[in-house]
Design a protein around this ligand. Structure first.
Ligand SMILES: *Cc1c(COP(=O)(O)O)cnc(C)c1O
Length: 408
C-alpha cells in the first residue's frame, strides 16, 4: 500500500506537532466578535449626535437590554468587572463580610469582593454543569455571610431555585455573574431577573460586544439607584441631569463610588449588536449540534450537558478528556490542537490556584476536588457565530485526528 495517495493520507492523519500537516493554514481563535455595517453606521452617528459619553444612546441601550431580559432597570457600565464592582457596592459589602462564590470562574467574580474588603469564600462545583453546588454553599454559611455570587458557567444557568431558597433562609443577597449568560434561560425565562442583581459583560469574546462594557439588570429600584451612583463617583446626579440649560448646578456625593460610566460609542455598538442576538444564538446552537454529532460516539471525550431546567446561551463549548483512555495529558492535547491552528483555551484556572489567593486567603491545591478534576481535563473549543462551515469542520477534524493519534 505504498501508493502516493495512501502515503498522503497517512501524513494527513499525523498531528502537526508530530511532524504532520496542520488541518488549516491560519489560526482560528476560540472566540471573536462579529461586527457588520449596522454596527459601523450606529457608531458613526455618535460623532454628530452632540453626546460622546453617557447620554441618550446609553439610555437606549439600557432600555433595550432591560426589555430583552425582562428587567425593570438596566445600568450600563464600562466593563463586566465594573458591573460586579457596582453591585457589591450597592449591597454595601463591608470589611469582614463574607461572600460565597465559585472557584471555577474568571478572577473578576472574586476580585470585586476583595475591592470592598470582603472575604471571598469559595465552594466546590457540580460535576455536570461546572456551576456552583448549592449543597456546598449550605456548608459554608456563617453569621458573616452577606451574599452569594453564582456564575452561569459557559452560559448554562445555575440551579437558581435552590440558591434562592438558601438566600431567603439566611437573608443573603444574590448577585448573578451572568457574563456568559445573555440569552440563556432558566425554566423558560431569560437570565437577568432571578436575583437582586445580574451582571453581563460585553467584552469581544462574549455573546455580544461593546468592545469593553457591562450592564447590571435588576427589578429593585433602590439597588438600581445605588448602582447608578456607584458608576459616577457616588454622586446623586448623572451627567445628563447636570448639563444643559434647565439643569441645576448642584450635586452631592453620598457614597464612595467609581468612574465606570459607558460611552455613547460603546452603547451604539451594543444597540446594533443586541438586534442580532437571536441570529447569533441560532448560529451557536447550529455549531454545537455539529460538534455533538461529531463527538458523541468518542469515549475519550465528555461533552457539555444541558439540564432540563436550562437553555444555554452556549458562550463556551468545553469538552473534557477522559485521561484513562489517552496516552498524553490535557496539556499535550492543547499543544497538539494549537499546532493544528485551532485556538483552544482553558476556562478557567481556578481562583484558588492563583498565588495571590493562596498567599492572602490560605487557599491551596486540593481544596476543591471536583473543580480541580474538571480543570485538569477541560478544553474549550472554538465557538463563535462568525465561524463558517469550514472552520467548524476544521475543529472537528483536528480533534478527531489528535484524539485518534493519542488514544490508548
Ligand atoms: C468576562 C467575564 C467577567 C468580566 O467581564 P469584563 O467585561 O471582561 O470585565 C466576569 N466574569 C466572568 C465569568 C467573565 O467571563
Amino acid at each position: 500500500m505504498g501508493d502516493k495517495k495512501s502515503v498522503m493520507k497517512m501524513e494527513n492523519q499525523k498531528p502537526a506537532i508530530e511532524g504532520g500537516k496542520p488541518v488549516r493554514e491560519t489560526f482560528l481563535p476560540y472566540a471573536t466578535q462579529w461586527i457588520g455595517e449596522e454596527e459601523k453606521n450606529e457608531v458613526m452617528k455618535v460623532f454628530d449626535s452632540g453626546w460622546l459619553t453617557t447620554g441618550p444612546k446609553v439610555r437606549q441601550f439600557e432600555k433595550d437590554v432591560a426589555d430583552y431580559v425582562g428587567a425593570k432597570y438596566a445600568i450600563a457600565v464600562n466593563s463586566g468587572t465594573a458591573a460586579l464592582h457596582c453591585c457589591v457596592g450597592a449591597i454595601n459589602i463591608q470589611p469582614g463580610d463574607e461572600v460565597i462564590t465559585t472557584p471555577f470562574t474568571f478572577l473578576a467574580t472574586a476580585n470585586v469582593i476583595i475591592y470592598r474588603g470582603g472575604k471571598p469564600v469559595l465552594v466546590d462545583i457540580d460535576e455536570e454543569t461546572y456551576n456552583i453546588d448549592p449543597n456546598e454553599i449550605r456548608k459554608k454559611i456563617t453569621t458573616r455571610t452577606k451574599a452569594i455570587i453564582p456564575m452561569h458557567y459557559g452560559g448554562h444557568p445555575c440551579k437558581m431555585d435552590e440558591i434562592k431558597e438558601i438566600a431567603q433562609k439566611h437573608n443573603l443577597y444574590i448577585i448573578e455573574d451572568a457574563a456568559h449568560a445573555l440569552s440563556a434561560e432558566y425554566q423558560d425565562e431569560k437570565i437577568g431577573t432571578f436575583s437582586d442583581l445580574s451582571c453581563f459583560s460585553f467584552h469581544p469574546v462574549k455573546n455580544i460586544t461593546t468592545a469593553e462594557g457591562g450592564i447590571i439588570t435588576t427589578n429593585n429600584e433602590e439597588l438600581a439607584k445605588f448602582c447608578v451612583m456607584h458608576r459616577t463617583h457616588g454622586i446623586t446626579k448623572e451627567a445628563m441631569e447636570r448639563y444643559g440649560k434647565d439643569a441645576d448646578w448642584g450635586y452631592d456625593m453620598e457614597r464612595l463610588g467609581h468612574r465606570y460610566n459607558m460611552t455613547e460609542f460603546q452603547a451604539a455598538l451594543g444597540v446594533a449588536q443586541l438586534k442580532k442576538i437571536e441570529k447569533f444564538q441560532k448560529k451557536r446552537e447550529e455549531i454545537v449540534a455539529q460538534y455533538n454529532q461529531a463527538f458523541f460516539a468518542m469515549p475519550e471525550l465528555i461533552l457539555p450537558s444541558v439540564k432540563s431546567y436550562a437553555k444555554s446561551s452556549w458562550h463556551l463549548y468545553p469538552i473534557r478528556v477522559n485521561n484513562d483512555l489517552l496516552k498524553v495529558d490535557r496539556n499535550q492535547l492543547i499543544r497538539a490542537l494549537k499546532a493544528e491552528n485551532i485556538g483552544v483555551n482553558v476556562h478557567y484556572i481556578p481562583i484558588h490556584l492563583h498565588s495571590y489567593y493562596q498567599k492572602n486567603y490560605g487557599f491551596k491545591a486540593g481544596d476543591f476536588p471536583v473543580c480541580e478534576r474538571i480543570y485538569n481535563s477541560i478544553i474549550t473549543l472554538p465557538l463563535f457565530p462568525k465561524m463558517n462551515t469550514q472552520d467548524v469542520q476544521d475543529v472537528i477534524n483536528a480533534v478527531k485526528k489528535v484524539i485518534n493519534y493519542y488514544k490508548k
